[in-house]
Design a binder for this molecule. Sequence first.
Ligand code: TPP
Ligand code: MG
Length: 320
Amino acid sequence: MIELSEELLLRMYYKMNQARFFEEKLEELEEKGQVHGTVHLAMGQEAAGVMACLALEEGDLVSLSHRGHAQAIGFGLDVNLMMAECLGKETGYCKGKGGSMHIADVENGNLGANGVVGGGFGLSCGAALTQKYQKTGKVVLCFAGDGATDTGSFHESLNLASIWKLPVVFFIENNQYGMSNPVENHMNVENISDRSEAYNIPGLTIDGNDFLDVYNTVTKALRYARAGKGPVLIEAKTYRFSGHSKSDKQLYREEQEVKEWRKKDPLLKMKEYLRENRIFTEKQIQKMENEAIISIEQAVEFAKKSPSPQLDTILADVYA
Ligand SMILES: Cc1ncc(C[n+]2csc(CCOP(=O)(O)OP(=O)(O)O)c2C)c(N)n1
Ligand SMILES: [Mg+2]
């Protein structure tokens, strides 16, 4: 069992709440037509995205999925700059030209969210090879969804990572669907982690809604990869409460299914843990939630006040 300090638990709860409020706000702004490009919400998946990143050490790298807000917040990205990016403002991470699906900050180790499903696997292997070659002692955490593990890139990357013993942890958020396609329709294995056997690397399936399970498992996997033993595949079983993206009418799932998963809300589970173990008082819990809300309200204010990109910069940073 990994010891968790009070300070770390505080940070965990704060960031989980920040991730939830960030997306609640974003959804609201999207409905008002203020968000540029499409948005994929990860409400319900916060324990997976946030906790996996909190297990990282300074200098480690991440590659985020297209459903990457909680992952980005866990990694420590600035919510002001994230919100500005989603609203297409010049102050955003990619000067407002990337939007929600392309939030990147390469200099600080975020290789970027990726609109290409499965696009992060190869990038992560490349970055992990750099770490190995330059003996930096750093690890790459690669996020992707269940659907992405059906791509050729996933299998090529696991194979390469295995034979080269690359310091990379593949973290799959299995939210039960690839768009409208349930996981049992798009693959013939019970657990995605079973796919690790083909590449002779460790594969683990965990409860992606349990913050402790995610944090502990990723911490151990990072240690393994950092020690030069090679990659690890982790499958975190979770669920997205919202539709795939804004145009999703969700005709492929029953309301009852969503209700059942809502009972396993990762934020509620963490709150129960804090209460049951009497780690914080009700007042402290409330204070953390309020501070998280305030940080997001400030982010919206920052983004709204920020200028839009100038027309004469339209071709700057465009590579193709
Ligand atoms: C290469 C590629 N193919 C198809 C798409 C369209 N697309 C966007 S998200 C998605 C489903 C991905 O499912 P999953 O990997 O489970 O991630 P989730 O959306 O559930 O988080 C698809 C097919 C894409 N963006 N890129
Ligand atoms: Mg999925």
